[in-house]
Design a protein around this ligand. Structure first.
Ligand SMILES: *[C@@H]1O[C@H](CO)[C@@H](O)[C@H](O)[C@H]1NC(C)=O
Ligand SMILES: *[C@@H]1O[C@H](CO)[C@@H](O)[C@H](O)[C@H]1NC(C)=O
Ligand SMILES: *[C@@H]1O[C@H](CO)[C@@H](O)[C@H](O)[C@H]1NC(C)=O
Ligand SMILES: *[C@@H]1O[C@H](CO)[C@@H](O)[C@H](O)[C@H]1NC(C)=O
Ligand SMILES: *[C@@H]1O[C@H](CO)[C@@H](O)[C@H](O)[C@H]1NC(C)=O
Ligand SMILES: *[C@@H]1O[C@H](CO)[C@@H](O)[C@H](O)[C@H]1NC(C)=O
Ligand SMILES: CC(=O)N[C@H]1CO[C@H](CO)[C@@H](O)[C@@H]1O
Length: 480
């Protein structure tokens, strides 16, 4: 009896001492694909960055925190299904056997569709998840607290585009909108999802949108395409294209007089100088580990997965460190709760080394979206405004506007003066202005983190086209 009592007291003492002096361990469990063609969240882009980020956080906190990264990646994974199945098994087994009371875990999920299995598991185990593909769960995220309880989205998602788009429509009082959704391409599932978010965001906006989907097969004949576009003109003057560059070009080539607005993820605020040392470390490590050279491009500005990785490690560490200081006073140490960490993320802006990052109340990271339009005198694409994810508002550049092809130079009215069918009076004199807003987002799992890379690609497609719009491509000066 006496002995037992003594040893219990002794253990208690140790526990209390540890609680006061030892910080909670921070461990990142990475379930990303090792290598899949076209994915920017491959090991080569993400793993070296996880490691550099780990070292940076440890250094910043004077070695007080033990940060580690553990990979659950398989070289032989070639599809999302391969990854999804193994990730659930691997993570549950690891946590079952090795979970430690003194450690906070965060799982990093792939951009593959349908990671709900892993998110449900994590919710049941109360472990935080950073998903790089929230799109399959977006509707839940839009309604706070209905999403998997411990999952937050840290990838670029089409929600940010939809919010920017809806604000733009609202601001111009454009409520009659046709949304062209390209079907039967490999990424049409993504366009379909974007359409669903768009509907959801318009519903939540409180404005009375009359928004009509137009499903278009990529193989549609030109006469058929003209026919359905002509019909849609009886309903709206504003088009949103959820389509590949190829279809967007076909539509633009049908009629010359129109304004085109691009909404694209804002290129990262450059880290070339602010994080020069970190960039160099990542480049060096990538070359050593994977024999891959960034060729002088700072990895964090490359549009590849690197920035996503460093952001996750920093945000997660911030949460754990905050939790520790909150607990220090209370003395109530217990297992690290993922849902409590999620509560610290909701509706909050983090300032981390690569910039400011905002998460909605439902745990979606909003990314800044840039709005471009063609300046018809300089023939260059110019930035008109930026939708700031942290403020959820557009800031417009006072000196740059869209060169509206209307008689008065103002944005076209939602409903033309003589109605959608009106052909007379002043209306006939004005050029028919069709505003095509291209929602040029990334493709499904493939490009969720590749906003700027995708945009570069899109631009190339656009301007490499022999029959580019009404302009000659050699006349175009592109911003870089
Ligand atoms: C640091 O974390 C790793 C991984 O969880 C663990 O193996 C190691 O024991 C930890 N070190 C300390 C001092 O707690
Ligand atoms: C990166 O590698 C180069 C060449 O090996 C070396 O000179 C440089 O010090 C390294 N930089 C960092 C930050 O490790
Ligand atoms: C590393 O990459 C370079 C160029 O891509 C190649 O020439 C070289 O053989 C590679 N080295 C190894 C060890 O694979
Ligand atoms: C988010 O936080 C701001 C203040 O920081 C508050 O005004 C707003 O109501 C919050 N929104 C939600 C959805 O909780
Ligand atoms: C707009 O132009 C005015 C006058 O040329 C200039 O003073 C101002 O800085 C410009 N604003 C921006 C945002 O470039
Ligand atoms: C186009 O660019 C020129 C030169 O920068 C500028 O003066 C003009 O205001 C721009 N036009 C529009 C519509 O923004
Ligand atoms: C799709 C569409 O609106 N096509 C129109 C392009 O312009 C020609 C001539 O102005 C019209 O006849 C088409 O209907």
């Amino acid at each position: 009896m006496f002995l037992l009592f003594q040893s219990v007291t002794f253990l208690n003492l140790i526990a209390i001492t540890c609680a006061l002096t030892q910080k909670t361990n921070i461990e990142v469990l990475v379930t990303l694909q090792y290598e899949m063609p076209g994915y920017v969240t491959n090991a080569v882009f993400m793993s070296p960055t996880f490691e550099v980020a780990r070292d940076e956080v440890m250094k910043r906190h004077g070695g007080q925190y033990n940060v580690s990264v553990r990979y659950f990646q398989h070289k032989d994974h070639h599809t999302c299904d391969d990854i999804n199945g193994d990730a659930v098994a691997d993570v549950s087994e690891f946590l079952y056997r090795h979970r430690r009371e003194d450690t906070c875990y965060a799982i990093v999920e792939t951009g593959c569709n349908d990671q709900n299995g892993l998110s449900s598991l994590a919710a049941a185990l109360d472990v935080l998840v950073f998903t790089l593909n929230m799109d399959s769960m977006a509707k839940d995220f839009l309604t706070p607290k209905s999403a998997p309880a411990t999952t937050v989205s840290s990838g670029a998602s089409s929600i940010s585009f939809c919010m920017a788009l809806v604000e733009l429509l609202d601001r111009n009082n454009w409520y009659h909108v046709t949304v062209v959704i390209e079907t039967s391409t490999t990424i049409s599932r993504f366009y379909q999802m974007s359409w669903e978010f768009l509907l959801e965001v318009t519903k939540q906006s409180g404005s009375n949108f009359q928004i009509v989907p137009l499903n278009v097969e990529n193989i549609i004949s030109t006469p058929d395409l003209m026919k359905i576009l002509a019909e849609s003109k009886l309903r709206s003057r504003v088009y949103v294209l959820l389509s590949t560059a190829t279809l967007a070009l076909r539509i633009m080539n049908l009629n010359a007089s129109r304004s085109l607005i691009f909404l694209v993820p804002q290129s990262n605020s450059p880290t070339a100088t602010t994080l020069a040392d970190v960039n160099e470390k990542i480049s060096n490590l990538t070359l050593i580990q994977y024999n891959y050279s960034y060729n002088g491009v700072p990895p964090l500005d490359s549009g590849n997965g690197a920035k996503g990785a460093i952001d996750i490690v920093e945000i997660f560490s911030t949460l754990v460190i905050e939790r520790d200081s909150a607990l220090l006073g209370s003395g109530q140490y217990g297992p690290c709760s993922g849902s409590q960490l999620v509560d610290r993320i909701a509706n909050r802006t983090f300032t981390i080394s690569s910039g400011r990052v905002y998460f909605t109340a439902g745990g979606i990271r909003l990314i800044n979206t840039e709005m471009f339009a063609l300046n018809t005198s300089t023939l260059s694409l110019q930035t008109i405004g930026v939708f700031d994810g942290t403020k959820q508002r557009f800031t417009f550049n006072e000196n740059k506007t869209v060169p509206w092809p209307t008689a008065n130079g103002l944005p076209p009215a939602d409903v033309p003066e003589c109605g959608f069918t009106g052909h007379e009076g002043r209306c006939a004199a004005e050029k028919t202005s069709t505003i095509i807003t291209t929602l040029s987002t990334a493709a499904g799992c493939v490009l969720l983190l590749a906003g700027s890379a995708y945009y570069r690609w899109f631009r190339q497609q656009l301007f490499a086209s022999a029959n580019y719009w009404v302009l000659h491509r050699r006349d175009l000066i592109l911003p870089d």
